[in-house]
Design a protein. Structure first.
Length: 129
């Protein structure tokens, strides 16, 4: 009697004749016949890379719940990437570039670029085309 999801595997009887103790006692034909029987009994090896079985639904749910609890308890652990570039002098044309910096809330800082106000002569070679 089996319990659970597994059922008993059918066992194949192997009636393979074992090679003799003295290998010289068999003829070449006997050896070839024995090798063909042994090769027929063996299962073929799977082709390609080994398969990776996925996790069960319960394990996936448990993992997602643990990650959610970690984020709820410890908060977001990813760091924000901030780029700071030092530049000397004023912008080339103050009318075309308007910057509002909010030191209290850097996310509220804005930059407005008005390229239509630039002269054709002040544009780089690749921009006006």
């Amino acid at each position: 009697m089996t319990l659970g999801w597994h059922r008993p595997c059918p066992r194949r009887e192997r009636r393979t004749v074992e090679p003799p103790d003295d290998p010289e006692s068999w003829t070449d034909e006997q050896w070839i016949a024995w090798l063909e029987r042994v090769d027929a009994d063996t299962e073929a090896e799977p082709e390609g890379p080994p398969t990776k079985h996925g996790r069960s639904t319960g394990v996936q749910l448990l993992g997602a719940a643990m990650l959610g609890m970690h984020q709820a308890i410890y908060g977001d652990t990813e760091t924000d990437i901030v780029l700071v570039v030092d530049a000397s002098g004023d912008p080339p044309d103050p009318e075309t570039l308007e910057i509002h910096i909010d030191p209290e809330d850097p996310d509220a800082s804005t930059v407005t670029v008005r390229p239509w106000l630039q002269d054709e002569t002040s544009l780089p070679d690749d921009v006006g085309d």
